[in-house]
Design a protein around this ligand. Structure first.
Ligand code: APR
Length: 249
């Protein structure tokens, strides 16, 4: 079993409240490419930052719709990995664990995590681009020459229920996440580059309010220095080992 500093194990066992922020890295071992990794095939020519914006959708709705269709396919074919399952196990040992994710892939929920705070939406949902109401697929009006289905209520184009660059995060969810971070004894940042505010700042907020900070990432991030402890490696390997070491029985 991997050796972890005793201080981390003690902190975990004693924690009443743990807040966890996850990013694309935790789903990498499920075969979903992270945002800033090289994309493959047709999509390799485009940067996600150029597709995941309201302006991109206005410019070329079909291109954006197809990019999300491609990612939705990837997500549908993927399964949760050992990292997702380890967080389900961890929750069984901690009085209050708040799981906050920037991911839109539902893999935490599919692994069995409950009450997941989704900061950036969910790729499985589609909403009206005007009214921002979620529309079930059975109600979509078929695509016309623009190539994107329309809202049955107002005929506006439909779009993924994702928070794009430049858009505001869901206020209630973000406030809930922030409150959990302020109260946390331990905060994890797992598989996130920490480059996209305001989500990226949540672990920093927790640490400023006294939480013990642990980063789990294959690489150094520009927020690494903020954390007391950086565990370098794949979350699918580190997290199960950590949970087993902290709560061996
Ligand atoms: N285990 C742990 N960390 C990993 C692994 C792994 N197996 N594989 C990659 N990583 C790390 C990378 O080193 C990187 O720091 O995961 C991080 C992924 O970073 P990003 O691709 O920037 O993803 P994320 O931080 O989730 O992006 C934030 O930006 O594009 C927007 O809205 C989108 O939610 C996303 C947000």
């Amino acid at each position: 079993m991997a050796k972890f500093p005793e201080e981390i194990l003690q902190r975990l066992r004693q924690a009443e409240r743990i807040a966890i922020l996850t990013g694309a890295g935790i789903s990498a071992e499920s075969g979903i490419p992270t945002f800033r990794d090289a994309q493959t095939g047709f999509w390799s020519r485009m940067k996600p930052e150029d597709l995941a914006t309201p302006e991109a959708f206005e410019r070329n709705p079909k291109l954006v719709w197809d990019w999300y269709g491609y990612r939705r396919e990837l997500v549908a074919q993927a399964s949760p990995n050992a990292g997702h399952y380890a967080l389900v196990k961890m929750a069984e040992h901690v009085p209050q664990l708040t799981l906050i994710t920037q991911n839109v892939d539902s893999l935490h929920q599919r692994a069995g995590s409950t009450n997941v705070l989704e900061l950036h939406g969910n790729i499985g949902r589609v909403k009206c681009s005007k009214e921002h109401v979620v529309i079930e697929e059975s109600a979509w009006l078929p695509a016309d020459e623009i190539g994107v289905p329309r809202c049955p209520r107002c005929r506006a184009l439909l779009r993924p229920d994702i928070v794009w660059f430049g858009e505001v995060l869901p206020t209630k969810t973000f406030n809930h996440a922030k409150a959990a971070c302020i109260q946390a004894d331990v905060v994890f940042s797992i598989g996130t580059s920490g480059l996209v505010p305001p989500a990226a700042m949540l672990p920093v907020t927790a640490i400023e309010h006294g939480a013990y900070g642990i980063e789990v990432n294959t690489d150094q991030t520009y927020l690494s220095d903020t954390f007391e402890c950086c565990l370098r490696g794949a979350s699918g390997i580190i997290l199960p080992a950590l949970v087993k070491a902290a709560w061996p029985l």
